[in-house]
Design a protein around this ligand. Sequence first.
Ligand code: ATP
Length: 514
Amino acid sequence: MAKQEDSFKKIVSHAKEYGFVFPSSDIYDGLGAVYDYGQLGVEMKNNIKRYWWESMTLLHENIVGIDSAIFMHPTIWKASGHVDAFNDPLIDNRDSKKRYRADVLIEDEMAKFDDKIEKEVAKAAKRFGESFDAELFKSTNPRVQEIAQKREELHTRFAKAMNDNDLAELKQIILDYEIVDPISGTKNWTDVRQFNLMFKTEMGSTSEGAMNVYLRPETAQGIFVNFLNVQKTGRMRIPFGIAQIGKAFRNEIVARQFIFRMREFEQMEMQFFVRPGEELDWFAKWKETRLKWHKALGMGDHKYRYHDHDKLAHYANAATDIEFEMPFGFKEVEGIHSRTNFDLSQHEKYSGKKIQYFDPEMNQSYTPYVIETSIGVDRMFLSVLCSSYEEEKLENGETRVVLHLPKQLAPVKVAVMPLVRKDGLPDKAREIMNMLKFDYACQYDEKDSIGKRYRRQDAIGTPFCVTVDHQTLEDNTVTIRHRDSMAQERISISELAGIIDSEVSLKNLLKSLV
Ligand code: ATP
């Protein structure tokens, strides 16, 4: 664990050192759980958003996008249930004075059982060698079975307490399992209380006083309240979806782990409207579609898993998370929820407007059911960063720090470098830049030795370096260097665009999804 924490710290400082992510208000010592994206971070974030947006809107004729306002009528949050129920159970440790989410403390305790099982499996794998069957071992080994049973007991108790909103029982679990504060090491806990995560502010300055409004805690409601507008003006027929990317705000209790849990973050959400009764089929379909989207980036299929929810939100009849293996364990990156007709019905009730769809094939009106896919841009960004970072030991004994970013997401695609800063090589390099810059984010670099320049590009994940030397002036060939293999090839300038394009183009990535 210490090793993983250490590697996570390195990733965080790398992100700052190279202009990916800075703490917000840095010169004022930062602001809790708020971050700014730097010059490279914003490019990579935009690439992630483009990949998501185009996979939704270009690949599906029946999905359109919107961009709704952050401020919305306050009754929307009453209707959606956020005013009354968007709470997390919090608990304080009296000694450290630190605040925690009670559910997260218990989930961490469950993860310890999982770690124990994995350790037993790893030990046995070493003992038995190649013939080892991990699944068979897990289902038959008495020690593993015993740990699994203890985990299941905790899990059942926890799921029930969460479902019943039983705060006293959550505290009792923490006491019974002797969960200690990681900072003070004590069990001196307060009672568990509910805490509403919405930020409130005031709008307007009329004589009757200002109106209380909220900063939206999710983008989804902006889609629901525009359902009729989009359906009618776009002449959309069910099934169809509405996609949106935008900021969301939550006053998170525990805001650690860098950009994993922020108070201001960005979501990419798509609400897919379907016929009542067909929602679970669509839920299964979107589960699969979304996982495929993640895996297509090539970060390693084994790094993903589904986590089906024990505690369904009040509006859902099925829900799963896509989890990614971060340095601090498998964590939710995306949620897929079957939200029934809850949201549209609630808005019908609270707004007094009829929100129904007339289905010409069925010749009847109904309130559509909804499947939601909801992914955090920042968590996606973090998963990309964490899985890409490597301190690679080279054959010559040196270490290079390299980001093996999915090439389509890399902030800079090509670095163009004259071998030396004279003899007309910079001019030739500029010429190549000017040829490539309309299609790819390029960087020109002529400072320091070529080795140092390669390292700088490795550290920011640039897939290709193109070096211009004296031979270039004679025969219009350059050296292209590949980031991951460090292999170098001599090719003619006219081949450059084709080689680069085949690996960095979003188009090819999107094609792999259909
Ligand atoms: P968690 O259980 O981690 O708090 P959640 O289940 O409340 O997350 P959802 O409401 O399903 O999250 O939000 C959908 C997605 O938005 C999440 O999968 C995550 O990627 C992102 N997200 C939610 N809260 C945050 C946050 N505080 N910071 C960054 N991303 C977030």
